[in-house]
Design a protein around this ligand. Sequence first.
Ligand code: AFP
Length: 301
Amino acid sequence: MDALIGAAKHIEEYYLTGALKGNTGLAGAINVQGEDVFRMDQIAQEITVHYLKTSGRVIHAISEESEEIVPMNAEGRYFVYFDPLDGSSNVPHGLPVGFMFGVARRNLEGAEDNHLRAGRDYLAAGMFVIPTGTFTLALKDAGTWRFHIDDTDEFVKPRRMILPEDPKGWELSFNSANRHTYAKGIQSWIEQNERKYSFRYIGALAADFHRTLANGGMFMYPAIVNHPDPKKNRPQGKLRLMYEASVVSFICQEAGGTAVDESGTPILDIQPKHHHQRTALYVGSKPLVESTTKALAVALA
Ligand code: AFP
């Protein structure tokens, strides 16, 4: 945890001074997901790998910014799954980005003992919203907690996060420009429900989910199945399972919420087949997540 917190503080420092140092532009490379890499993506990746390796506690890491598994320390007891800079399109504007991670414990059976873990097997998951100095951490069966950085650079005063039951302040968060590309069931769900709630979208999962967790409601990134250009459909969803969807789903479950994919399968039960696997995501207050699942099932029936 010290390594992860050290990395986050270091990334935040670079981010805050990035515009002046010319670090907020593109790096001129394309990552494993086929997306443009920002200079800050590379810096965040290098910093995180450095801290995790130096800790000596991690055997392998999986990062959005590395196609291959990143070998760390043969004696390490943990797997770490991370996205060192989530929401890169916010970088040139200095707007919030995230550093997200999940941690699982190695089985110590054989040389390579299954780094492909379902979210239910994580011990912890967390997200830093950069550069706002907030850190949300969920520990297995021990709740979700939000910390704030103080003027001595420490994350302090944890507050237990529990999704509010009263729907009065609930918010919806999704990329509304994509709505006509969603499955018909979700399109009608949106039409029937969107006026009941406020709508917020920052474009960085950690920042958007940060609000969902505090105010209640739902963040969703549905599958794209009705794009006018069928080549642009994403039936598997866009978000990455191991270091995005499972992270927020773990945090959400510990705060009393839930998360499912397009078929209604709990995100935390999905057994990854590949470390960069994608998924659709519906995460937040149970009644909303459950009603989108019903809407999808009805439309398919
Ligand atoms: P990048 O980190 O590759 O920019 O993607 C961010 C993200 O995976 C997630 O943080 C956002 O919720 C989602 O993409 C935003 O995607 P859209 O730009 O398609 O709305």
